[in-house]
Design a protein around this ligand. Sequence first.
Ligand code: SF4
Length: 106
Amino acid sequence: MFIDVIIAVAVVLVVAALMGLLLAVADKFLYVAVDERVEKVTEMLPNANCGGCGYPGCAGLAEALVEGKVKKVSTCRPSKPEARQAIKDYLASTPGPDGNTVNVDL
Ligand code: SF4
């Protein structure tokens, strides 16, 4: 009976160690570089997540702006002019991981 408990604990420990190793390997080889500008621009948008811009949420438009797929901040109609200007200035002055900035129109 006692040996069964020891075997069960040993099996759990081995499985946990293997899962930890698997996660460590996955973290190293499946790492995706995140452009922090997307999160910042998302914060600057209204965060109404209304979908009026054609994206399912504000994060989608933020990503499109950062990637240069959308050139006008006014694609987000609920955004205020000050926020649009702030996003434009932020993208023009903050380089991404590749060292390039993004120029967008209001
Ligand atoms: S239109 Fe503006 S508020 Fe609505 S989801 Fe798009 S970015 Fe967000």
